[in-house]
Design a protein around this ligand. Sequence first.
Ligand code: 5RP
Length: 233
Amino acid sequence: MSDQLKRLAAEAAASAELRSGMKLGLGTGSTAKHFVDIVGERIRAGETYLCVPTSEATRRQAESLGIPLTSLDEAGELDLTVDGADEFDPGLNLIKGGGGAHLREKMVAANSRRMIVIADASKRVARLGAFPLPLEITPFAQGTTVRAVARVFAEAGIRAEIRQRHRPDGSPYISDNGNLIFDVANDGIADPASLADRLDRIPGLVEHGLFVGLCFAVYLGAEEGVAVIGKKT
Ligand code: 5RP
């Protein structure tokens, strides 16, 4: 059921936003996967796209579909990135990184003329934070970095519990960039921009999953159809 709504959101975003010839950022996760499938279908139908994947998993999917890929360095500014999210709030602030790919996802989104999120209604929240905030942290001095993160949450007045992410076999989760992932369970992020700003200043915290001012619109798949939230033009 939910997977059907993800596909519906991806189809609506594709028909409204995709134009043959675009340079695209391809997101990561079970929702973004549908959009990558659609780009593959469009290419088989004769359209052309040059794409930058946001993870090794998405790279593998895109390669299997024959989607032409390049690097962000080669592509320069992208026309459009379409990605999923773990949460979005009324200001279109996001939590991302449930798949541990938020560093590349943020770099790609920040270098795109517009970033579109595709989601089902379970991702819509009044306030971010029910989904634990993902952090990508260097293995070097990880304890020092985690302590700095704990201080930032305490100073912001947010109750936080920071846990390292592991694989199902118990080994540490290692990102595509060779770093560790931690998740911050918390009691709600009232001011995402201010928290993001403080987290941005911690050396060793390579990237956090708060996306502030990056998302242009959300295509929300629902039983009644797809709603577009927040689009300005
Ligand atoms: C990966 C992400 C994903 O976009 C996010 O976790 C949503 O995934 P899904 O569509 O599977 O719910 O940020 O790092």
